[in-house]
Design a protein around this ligand. Structure first.
Ligand SMILES: Cc1ncc(C[n+]2csc(CCOP(=O)(O)OP(=O)(O)O)c2C)c(N)n1
Length: 315
């Protein structure tokens, strides 16, 4: 029913996932599905949620693309943007207070960085030297609003960190190796008690904002071709091809066969998830499950309502 792509910004989340460890926690927006995919979270389960079928792990309580997996270090996505920042900083402060080595990673788009939660989070991150990575994904668009609107008088989004004495850098987000190296550096700083690091990732949203958006009405059709940082997948291919010493470790043939393998994997995952049904054919979670997981001990009146729903549905 609804989907949001990360086309053109895949390198950032995919690379950062490999710089963090099990036990760390990401506080993502809807545009970091790469964190889950590169951590090996099952594609079938992601598609189950997109189809809102009976196997949806969140049982229809979230928007289709708002995943949640504590086990994979992926905090439940909130539709209220910028909340991720204060939650991540609070989580990182708690980790430090416990004497733990786990770090947090906060995610925000450049548009949402104009929210007051962003600035409140930076005050606390700086004051308490919280072990957190503060990611700003500057993909140049906040739906139809260009990035310079949210940036205002600042030269860059990274500049915002300096006012809080937070080390802040701007990184080519379409270079997978740079995304990995910068993430590793920031993670290492957090783990060594050197506090927060702010990273502005420069990239481009190549697709629509969401399936409800039509970018052709507000931006040029050839923007992606003209973007100087290119495409992250193409650039990773070029990095790998440059390492090939003629023995065929990575060339166009390898790329084609890997592409075919991945296409087949996605198609198979889609077929498997579709076999669990979808919201369209009525194979959704049972209505009475809406009462589960809310109270440790469910109050009597809710137990009664749950039983009434089950009865109405013939169970
Ligand atoms: C607090 C809040 N305000 C407004 C919205 C509506 N909204 C959803 S996405 C979006 C644009 C966000 O742009 P940006 O932060 O640049 O992230 P991007 O979508 O480009 O990844 C807006 C305004 C929201 N979800 N939450």
């Amino acid at each position: 029913s609804f989907y949001m792509q990360c086309l053109g910004e895949e390198a950032i989340a995919c690379a950062q996932q490999h710089a963090l460890r099990s036990g760390d926690m990401h506080f993502p927006t809807y545009r970091q599905q790469g964190l889950l995919i590169s951590a090996g979270y099952p594609l079938v389960t992601m598609i189950d949620q997109v189809l809102s079928n009976e196997a949806d792990p969140l049982r229809g309580r979230q928007l289709p693309i708002m995943y949640s997996s504590k086990e994979y270090g992926f905090f439940s996505i909130s539709g209220n943007l910028a909340t991720q920042y204060i939650q991540a900083v609070g989580w990182a402060m708690a980790s430090a207070l416990r004497g733990g080595s786990e770090i947090a990673s906060a995610w925000i788009g450049e548009g949402a960085s104009a929210e007051s939660d962003f600035h409140a989070a930076l005050v606390f991150a700086s004051t308490y030297q919280a072990p957190v990575i503060l990611n700003i994904v500057n993909n140049h668009w906040a739906i139809s609003t260009p990035e310079d609107f949210a940036r205002g008088a600042s030269a860059t989004f990274a500049d915002r960190g300096y006012g809080f004495s937070i080390p802040s850098i701007r990184v080519d987000g379409n270079d997978y190796l740079a995304a990995y190296a910068a993430s590793q550096w920031a993670a290492e700083r957090a783990r060594s008690n050197l506090g927060p690091t702010l990273i502005e990732w420069v990239t481009l949203r190549r697709g629509a904002h969401s399936t409800s958006d039509d970018p052709s009405v507000y931006r040029p059709a050839d923007e992606a071709e003209r973007f100087p940082l290119g495409d992250p997948v193409e650039r990773l291919h070029q990095h790998l091809a440059a390492l090939d010493d003629g023995t065929g470790t990575w060339d166009d043939r390898c790329r084609q066969s890997m592409q075919a393998e991945i296409d087949a994997e996605v198609e198979a995952a889609f077929a498997e998830a579709s076999s669990h049904g979808s919201v369209k054919d009525g194979h959704t979670g049972r209505a009475e499950t809406m009462f589960d997981d809310v109270f440790v001990e469910m109050p009597r009146h809710l137990r009664e309502q749950r039983d009434q729903v089950a009865k109405l549905e013939g169970r």
